[in-house]
Design a protein around this ligand. Structure first.
Ligand SMILES: [Fe+2]
Length: 343
């Protein structure tokens, strides 16, 4: 495997458009993002960490329109600007400033690589507390730190890009930005169902995945969900019940993922874009060895079955045929494991 052109530092932001800005902003406030700035019609939202805005909301057809990664240096930005099809280095005329190079990935998603954005002051994060569990009782004479209300989003963590050919989309990101395979789930015919990819920061441990490259059952191309780290488990659960009280659309959760290990909770904005809260991710580094698993054998640690709106982003005959194939494979796998258990 050849060396990538650069190794990106982190996922910086997503740009999301919505036909009704007020409705989309109200959802994001309930979700736990906070407005950092407004400029023209764009709304810049942030988490409690000092990173610049991690979410740019604009008016338009509903969907994620761009993905932003931060580069380590201006020199790395110059390397990206030399890629065929990349824009020259341009000034970012936005509240956080900085410079950007724009390019398009194989599924025609705009990818932006930025450097030099100004950090913000951190703001009040979720309250936390020690747990009297596992035979230990460190919280003596103190109440748990829990606050009812929206979860406290800290930062953007990852997103899932889905398409008809996730393995080749992954390669594009691997070659340019140094994303590294973490683990992979395989379809019954051996193709990629989901390839989880982390940043490559050498010995430094990073989130299990920064991008998931997923096979779309309808074979369409899009960002399937965007995911944000919240303060802790109590913060996630308080946020869950707050969103429920606000009659927001629950998509899947609460549960704990097998791959990535996160406690997860998925919600849709008023236009169907899926947003995830998570806490407690697995961490990987350059020494971590990827594991492959058959989709039919994949079970989360705990949690409900995923809803159809999580599994199928858009219905067409291809989606129906692929979904039926996966369900049959699951059924066969559960029969196999039952007959194995009976022996
Ligand atoms: Fe996720």
């Amino acid at each position: 495997m050849s060396e990538p052109i650069i190794k990106v530092k982190r996922l910086a932001y997503v740009r999301v458009s919505s036909p009704d800005l007020a409705k989309a902003e109200a959802f994001l406030r309930d979700f736990g993002l906070q407005v950092a700035a407004r400029s023209g019609e764009a709304i810049y939202l942030r988490g409690t960490d000092p990173d610049p805005h991690c979410y740019v909301l604009t008016r338009g057809t509903s969907g994620v329109t761009a993905i932003g990664f931060e580069a380590d240096s201006a020199a790395d930005l110059e390397k990206i600007a030399k890629i065929e099809g990349a824009s020259p280095i341009e000034k970012l005329d936005e509240p956080a400033g900085g410079q950007v190079v724009r390019l398009r990935d194989p599924q025609d998603m705009q990818v932006e690589v930025v450097h030099g954005q100004a950090a913000l002051e951190p703001i009040q994060a979720a309250p936390s507390h020690a747990f009297n569990m596992d035979g230990r009782r460190p919280r003596e004479g103190a109440l748990p730190g829990v606050r009812w209300g929206p979860a406290h989003v800290r930062r953007i963590g990852h997103l899932v890009l889905e398409s008809g050919d996730p393995a080749s989309v992954f390669e594009w990101y691997q070659e340019r930005f140094g994303l590294r395979k973490a683990d992979e789930v395989l379809l019954p015919d051996g193709r990629t169902q989901m390839r989880f990819a982390s940043l490559d920061r050498g010995q430094e441990f990073v989130d299990h995945h920064v991008v998931g490259f997923q096979y779309a059952l309808d074979e369409g191309a899009r960002v399937q969900h965007v995911a944000f780290e919240v303060g802790n488990f109590d913060d996630l659960m308080a946020g869950h019940h707050y969103l429920k009280a606000k009659r927001r659309k629950a998509v899947w959760g609460v549960g704990r993922h097998r791959y990535g290990g996160q406690i997860y909770d998925y919600w849709a904005n008023p236009f169907g874009v899926i947003h995830e809260h998570w806490t407690d991710t697995d961490l990987v580094n350059e020494d971590s060895v990827p594991v492959d698993c058959d989709f039919a054998d994949l079970e989360e640690y705990w949690g409900p079955q995923p809803s159809l709106s999580f599994v199928v982003s858009r219905w067409n005959w291809t989606a129906v045929r692929n979904l039926a194939g996966l369900l049959v494979a699951r059924l066969r796998a559960s029969r196999r494991s039952r007959s194995g258990a009976g022996r």
